[in-house]
Design a protein around this ligand. Structure first.
Ligand code: SF4
Ligand code: SF4
Length: 444
């Protein structure tokens, strides 16, 4: 794609990066076929190619985007399905992040939209505050039909109950035990030492996921340290264009992990929410122009692995499914498109002895997409219905996935027809390694 940035514009490293991305697009349109919003809405302006043109226009002209342009960029899920399909590997993720930051800097949103975004961006990354917001929300939920639409949507997304705080929400080191694998090996030194991102929203909505992760890693001989339990990786606000807030949150995580790596050593930074993993793996790019953080950020990014990637490096031969169950694996967009992790979760579940299936249209987003289901409820709801129908076609006993957002979005499977628990992949593997039955299966 031809661009016409001025030499003065190109002295800005962000514009230089945007220019390179735009120039790599050959406008072939292959990406449109796999874009969920184009598939649903059939409008070129809601396709990756259409959005690329719109972002080129307002960034190149260095102007305030129009209401229409903001509408179409806001409708993008950042699912990155287009990046998987694109033949010349256009880095749409970096482009849309720049586009969103440009919108956040220049565009004046309507008051309700601003309030909603400020509320989400302030509350969700703070676990203590988020817990109180959930408790408050569950108290007013019975009268949600009397509330304004935006508020009603958010209340509809609340879990049926707020889980009690887990034991992985504090600064702590969890030593390797090996107990469930082999009693004899319990005195062996740890095979590896890793830091776990306990996650902001995840530790509140699904504390059992972190507990299963620590238990499983400890049993497999891995020491786990939680360095910054109340921290957020910055992903949530990053995708809302709030650059300063996301960088500050990311810097706190980078500092904590670098101190730990330089002190006792780290073999990996483990992430069990693929949405967060995509962002942490991108820290090198986020801080490429920051002389104080570029090197540290690149180090952290290089250490970062999804839990399933890391598990494939361990000996899982004694892990065995306690029951014959059919598991349909839902691959989160951030897992399959953002991090290009496709085989590892399936291989691990198969190796543990579960019968594993994949749904039709597995490349399409479920509509969760970080804060998308709060900000674009209509499209999110259509995608959710489509995903649930495809998942149900496989007649699963359980749905497994690797991202808390998808777990919450799909948990409505419980409310429609036969109960199908939605659990994290690591919960099934922990169960197969001698841990407790996943919470979602126990409660049905
Ligand atoms: S597939 Fe890639 S190169 Fe083709 S239009 Fe889409 S983004 Fe551009
Ligand atoms: S990120 Fe997803 S929704 Fe956005 S343009 Fe790409 S495929 Fe479409």
């Amino acid at each position: 794609m031809q661009t016409s940035f001025t030499p003065a514009q190109l002295t800005d490293p962000d514009i230089e990066s945007v220019n390179g991305i735009l120039r790599s697009c050959v406008h072939c349109g292959f990406c449109t076929a796999t874009c969920p919003t184009y598939v649903l809405l059939g409008d070129e302006l809601d396709s990756p190619r259409g959005r690329i043109y719109q972002m080129k226009s307002f960034i190149e002209e260095d102007r305030v985007p129009t209401d229409e342009e903001v509408k179409h960029i806001d409708r993008c899920l950042s699912c990155l399905s287009c990046m998987t399909t694109c033949p010349p590997s256009v880095h749409y993720m970096h482009l849309v992040d720049h586009g969103r930051a440009h919108i956040a800097r220049t565009y004046h949103r309507p008051l309700l939209d601003r309030l909603t975004r400020t509320f989400i961006g302030f509350v969700l990354p703070r676990p203590g505050l988020f817990r109180w917001a959930l408790i408050g929300g569950s108290l007013v939920r019975p009268i949600r039909n009397l509330m304004p639409n935006r508020l009603k949507t958010m209340l509809n997304l609340l879990p049926a109950s707020v889980p009690s705080p887990g034991w992985v929400d504090r600064k702590e080191t969890y030593p390797a035990s090996n107990a469930a694998i082999s009693e004899q090996s319990s005195c062996e030194p740890a095979k590896a030492r890793v830091a776990l991102l306990s996650g902001c929203a995840q530790q509140v909505l699904g504390p059992h996921v972190n507990e299963a992760t620590v238990r499983l890693l400890n049993r497999l001989g891995v020491e786990v340290v939680v360095t910054n339990p109340k921290g957020c990786c910055g992903a949530l606000v990053h995708h809302m264009g709030q650059t300063e807030a996301s960088h500050n949150q990311a810097k706190a995580m980078i500092d904590a992990w670098i101190v730990e790596a330089d002190d006792k050593g780290l073999d990996a930074v483990i992430i069990n929410a693929s949405g967060c993993g995509t962002t942490v793996k991108d820290y090198g790019y986020m801080f490429r122009n920051d002389p104080d953080y570029s090197e540290k950020a690149a180090r952290v990014a290089a250490l970062t692995q999804d839990i399933t990637e890391f598990l494939t490096t361990l000996d899982m031969s004694e892990v065995s499914a306690p029951e014959d169950l059919s598991v349909t694996y839902h691959s989160a967009c951030s897992m399959q498109h953002g991090q290009q992790i496709k085989a590892a979760p399936l291989d691990l579940l198969l190796m543990a002895g579960f019968a594993v299936k994949e749904p039709a249209e597995s490349h399409l987003c479920c509509g969760s997409a970080g804060t998308y289901n709060m900000l674009q409820p209509e499209i999110a709801s259509q995608l959710k219905k489509r995903k649930i129908a495809n998942l149900r076609m496989t007649q699963p006993d359980i749905i497994a996935t690797g991202n808390i957002g998808c777990m919450m979005q799909l948990s409505s499977l419980k409310g429609e027809g036969a109960v199908v628990p939605v659990v994290h992949t690591v919960e099934l593997l922990d169960w197969a390694a001698g841990g407790p039955r996943p919470l979602g299966m126990s409660t049905g």
